[in-house]
Ligand binder design. Structure first.
Ligand code: SAH
Ligand code: SF4
Length: 383
């Protein structure tokens, strides 16, 4: 392709960037509003359908611009209504997007990276290694294509997608700018019009980036805690060695205390691993740790994947842990496992990552040595 033929993908532009684009081609900036509505409210990817845009401008746009979502490789439906899309991104890797209906709520779980560099010990995405950051078009494109697939874009009533959580593959705060622009589009009335309470960013604790969020966004925050002391967290969530609990708690406080709405609380995610972090002593430490943190706690029973080396605790153990927290006044829920018949549950998302870190190969070798048996299948692009 020559420089002249590289088209700008308008799907990934926030309102201000789309305005800049129109100004750069000598057009009025109000065109941005018209085009954004066509893209995000009506799911249009063909300029000819933009009936309030002049024919001459449509022809110009066809030459210099495009509206291109990620390529859908597959779409699976679970018996419980959960849907999972596998989409291919520019780097050649595939990532996953999951839709979880629950009564009137429909939550879309969106990926931010192909793979993840952080290697939490119980997460199958981490075992894939890392390939690439997703572009804004690839992140918002997941919302765009899901909304289109429901024929249920915001311009129509009865919205299927009421919430978005950045809890798919990847660590969103390690793809900071693209994730911020994407969440901006999710909340923009010209985009998907979701309220700040219904867009949630989940992080494993990239502390400097959490401080950077202050004043830049006001989305809901979820933090993956998983361990109530530094020694255990260092093992389960290795980024804790760089940013230990004290710093993490300070960053949570920094972000939450500057939100204008003082009733909002941080969600603490805690994946329960049998015999590892599910004992009464862990609940007690958690109670002490979170004493002054306005929060709700979401316990996630571990979702197994081949060769993980971890097990899900019994329902009794999960309940015992929950009750200890409830009794101390913590609003504590247990996340329902959804879509496990299509491998769509938390931590089961693998996509097809062209690993640049060699971690997936090391993991495969290690599994093979441990079992002395057939290699564990860790999905990766056939090369
Ligand atoms: N990288 C971000 C967001 C993606 S993971 C983060 O870590 O917060 C979304 C949630 O699923 C995180 O809380 C993560 O720790 C959890 N998770 C990962 N693997 C899991 C597994 N196998 N079972 C249950 N939860 C898991
Ligand atoms: Fe990355 Fe989150 Fe998985 Fe940790 S839990 S490896 S941060 S995706």
């Amino acid at each position: 392709m020559t420089a002249e033929t590289v088209k700008t993908n308008l799907l990934g532009l926030t309102q201000s960037k789309l305005e800049e684009f129109f100004i750069s081609i000598g057009e009025k900036k109000f065109r941005a509003q018209q085009v954004m509505k066509w893209i995000h409210h009506f799911g249009v990817d063909n300029f000819d359908e933009m009936s309030n845009v002049s024919k001459a401008l449509r022809e110009r746009l066809k030459v210099c611009a495009e509206i291109r979502g990620p390529e859908v490789v597959s779409c699976d439906f679970s018996a419980d209504g959960t849907r999972k899309w596998v989409v291919r991104v520019a780097s050649g890797s595939c990532v996953e997007t999951v839709y979880i209906p629950d009564g009137k709520r429909g939550t879309l779980c969106v990926s931010s990276q192909a793979g993840c560099a952080l290697d939490c010990s119980f997460c199958s995405t981490g075992k894939q290694g890392f390939n690439s950051d997703l572009t804004v078009a690839e992140i918002i494109g997941q919302v765009w294509l899901a909304a289109k697939s429901f024929n249920n874009v915001p311009a129509r009533s009865d919205r299927a997608i009421t919430n978005v959580v950045m809890m798919g593959m990847g660590e969103p705060l390690l793809n900071f700018d693209n994730v911020m622009d994407s969440m901006n589009l999710m909340m923009d009335d010209l985009g998907y019009g979701l309220s700040k309470r219904r867009v949630t960013l989940s992080t494993s604790g990239v502390v400097p980036a959490m401080h950077r969020m202050v004043g830049l966004t006001d989305v809901s925050l979820a933090v993956s805690l998983h361990a109530p002391n530094d020694a255990l967290r260092n093992e389960l969530v290795p980024i804790n060695k760089k940013y230990p609990l004290k710093e993490l708690l300070a960053a949570i406080h920094d972000y939450m205390s500057t939100l204008s709405d003082k009733n909002r609380v941080v969600t603490i995610e805690y994946t329960l691993l049998k015999g590892i972090n599910d004992q009464p002593e862990h609940a007690e430490q958690m109670i002490a740790l979170l004493r002054d943190v306005p929060c709700k706690i979401n316990l996630i029973p571990f979702n197994p994947f081949p060769g993980s080396g971890y097990e899900r605790p019994s329902n009794n153990a999960i309940r015992r842990f929950q009750v200890m927290l409830l009794e101390k006044g913590f609003n504590t829920t247990v996340r329902k496992t959804r879509g496990d018949d299509i491998d769509a549950a938390c931590g089961q998302l693998v996509g097809q990552v062209q690993d640049r870190t060699r971690r997936s190969a090391r993991y495969r070798d290690q599994q093979q040595q441990n079992s002395g048996a057939e290699p564990v299948k860790v999905m990766g692009m056939a090369s």
